[in-house]
Structures are given as C-alpha cells and as structure tokens.
Ligand binder design. Structure first.
Ligand SMILES: N[C@@H](CCC(=O)N[C@@H](CS)C(=O)NCC(=O)O)C(=O)O
Length: 203
C-alpha cells in the first residue's frame, strides 16, 4: 500500500473507495484540478471476517493514530480529518480554480459555519440511514430498518433548514443537490470509486 522509501508526489490521498470522508477530500482535489496519487487502503470487511485492515496496522497508525481513512499528504503536511483536510487544500490553493473558501472574511466565516452544520447536523442525521440501508449489506451485515425512519425524520428537519437557507439564493434543496451531484469533480470521483456502479462509456 504505502512505503516510506518512495519519493513523495505532489499530493497523496490514502483512503478506501467506499469511504465518504475520503470522497470529500477527492472531490475538493478534483474541484481544484490538483493531481494526486490515490493509495487505496484496504480496510477489510469485518462483517465477513476478512480481517485485512491496513488502517489498523502500526505503519498506518503512525500516520493516523485514530486508524481511519482518509489520510492526506502534501509537501507541507501529513494530516487526517477530512473536513480539516479540505479547508487546508482550499486555503493553500485559493488562487487555483474555484474559490471554495469564499473570497473575503465574511464568506469564509459562512463557509466555516456550513461546514460545521454538515458535520454536526447533516452527517449525524443521515449517517444511520446510510449505514443501515447501504453499508451494512456491503459489509455482510443485516441493516436494522428500525433506525432508518428516525434517521430520515431527523434528516428532514435538517433539510428544512437547508431549504430555507437555499431559498435565499437558490430555489430548492433538490436543485442544489442536483447541481452538486452533477459536478465534474464528483462524477470523476464516482467513476474511480465505484466503477462497477457508475459505468463510464467513454473510459
Ligand atoms: N471524522 C473523520 C471520519 C473518518 C472515518 O470515520 N472514516 C471511516 C470511513 S468514512 C473509516 O475509516 N472507517 C473504517 C474504520 O473505522 O475501521 C474524517 O472526516 O476524516
């Protein structure tokens, strides 16, 4: 997977293809058109008792003691926590590509607020539904449908807030979602991360 001997590339992203946190970083690198080396971390499948868990091996833990993906490296940093990583990339490459972190202090403050909203409100609301509807089956476990409805109900409340915020600038959550889902940065990552699901006729 990784070696301490090879010459470091411009940027390196260690992560599992299914990892949403890894995708978060990959999409920002794509938005900024930054070339990076994606080192697939084999996180195994504990549900199926396939215990290859590179992210729990000492050499990975030496870089990320929490044993999670992603891990990011460039010439300046070796770091983890995907939302901190995307802030770092957006700040460092502000001149290059879209100004993801706003163009002035006020906008930056608001970007920070909405990044926190995503991590503190959106993600905790949606995560149980995604895990029990999607990931559990991938990991060879049986999802618990009883947690799905409360999770969706909580998510709806969060999306109501998104809706009223987006009404100020854009018509609806749905069109916001469609616009981010269709961005080339996301499509390009989906084709890499889920090649069997998202078939690319041009590949
Ligand atoms: N807050 C962390 C979350 C990292 C995280 O939970 N990563 C998951 C994949 S999305 C992981 O490594 N799971 C494997 C495990 O916990 O063993 C971030 O944003 O980077």
């Amino acid at each position: 997977m990784y070696s301490h001997h090879s010459k470091p590339p411009q940027c390196r992203l260690y992560g599992a293809p299914y990892s949403i946190s890894t995708s978060r970083v990959a999409v920002v690198l794509n938005e900024k058109n930054i070339e990076y080396e994606w080192r697939i971390v084999d996180t195994g499948n504990r549900g199926l008792r396939i215990l290859r868990s590179e992210h729990k091996e000492p050499r990975y833990l030496a870089l990320n003691p929490f044993g999670k993906t992603p891990l990011f490296q460039d010439h300046e940093v070796t770091m983890y926590e995907s939302r901190a990583v995307i802030r770092h990339i957006a700040r460092k490459h502000d001149e290059h590509g879209p100004h993801l972190y706003g163009t002035n202090e006020k906008e930056r403050t608001m970007v920070d607020q909405w990044l926190e909203v995503e991590s503190q409100n959106f993600n905790p609301a949606i995560a149980p539904a995604v895990y029990h509807l999607v990931f559990a089956a991938w990991f060879g476990k049986i999802g618990d449908v009883r947690v799905v409805n409360p999770s969706i109900a909580r998510l709806e409340k969060v999306l109501d807030v998104y809706e009223s915020q987006l009404m100020k600038t854009k018509p609806h959550v749905q069109s916001w979602w469609t616009s981010i889902f269709n961005r080339p940065s996301w499509m390009s990552h989906l084709l890499k991360a889920y090649p069997k699901i998202y078939f690319n006729p041009h590949a």
